[in-house]
Design a protein around this ligand. Structure first.
Ligand code: XMP
Length: 215
């Protein structure tokens, strides 16, 4: 996936009207947003098509899919059927569950992003132990896209080493969670930023500043 300015906006605003206002303010500085449960549960899956049609954005759905294969397949089917360009899937559920999403992504010619280690402090207790194995599984499965944390650059670097230079890593945790944009982009292909932009008094300037800080 090509991502303008290597910046993905995490659109976790729970009112579509407010979310659209942020998009209008930011203008064409970005071309990709990430939608998760907050907006989807508040306003419905129709939001994918609305952002695509009104702003021509690419949409990555951060549904952190983590169920048995049969259910993962249904979740991925609905996500792609409703226009998503990518879906984030948890890796800890194992190869068969991830493969169910991978098969759907292939069927729709869209992207699967495999989540390795999460960005928040709590991820250290359980997920971190298995994150390298999750990344290795992704490589064995031929997965090209990964999610890895901006909050622990050493871990991001190690995950990059496992998935290789040709894989595509998107990285959440820049801004509010403490990660730095430029440092993150040494190892990731794109950063994911939410609150630092949409909670800002001036989302347009906040976006400009983040983009400038990456140069
Ligand atoms: P903030 O407001 O912290 O938003 O800039 C970050 C966004 O990214 C999501 N997030 C993650 N998604 N793996 C993911 O797939 C992660 O490790 C992770 N950490 C944060 C978060 O839900 C929000 O949308």
């Amino acid at each position: 996936m090509k991502i303008k300015n290597n910046l993905i906006l995490a659109m976790d605003i729970m009112e579509l009207q407010k979310a659209e206002k942020v998009c209008e303010t930011i203008g064409n500085q970005i071309d990709t947003i990430k939608i998760g449960y907050p907006l989807t549960l508040a306003e419905g899956i129709k939001t994918i098509k609305i952002f695509k049609e009104n702003y021509n954005y690419q949409i990555i759905c951060d549904y952190k899919v983590a169920d048995i294969p049969a259910t993962n397949s249904k979740i991925a089917e609905q996500t792609f059927k409703n226009g998503a360009d990518g879906i984030i899937t948890h890796g800890f559920v194992g190869e068969d569950s991830v493969k169910a999403c991978q098969d759907k992504a292939d069927e729709y010619n869209k992207d699967l992003f495999l989540l390795t280690e999460m960005s928040h402090p709590g991820a250290k207790r359980f997920l971190q132990k298995d994150a390298d194995e999750i990344a290795k599984m992704g490589v064995e499965m031929g997965i090209k896209n990964y999610v890895a944390p901006a909050t622990r650059i050493n871990r991001l670097k190690e995950i990059r080493e496992i998935v290789g230079k040709d894989s595509f890593i998107i990285s959440p945790g820049v801004g509010k969670q403490g990660g730095e944009a430029k440092k993150t982009l040494e190892y990731a292909n794109a950063i994911i930023v939410g609150r630092s932009i949409y909670e800002s008094e001036n989302p347009k300037k906040a976006t400009e500043d983040i983009i400038k800080s990456t140069k």
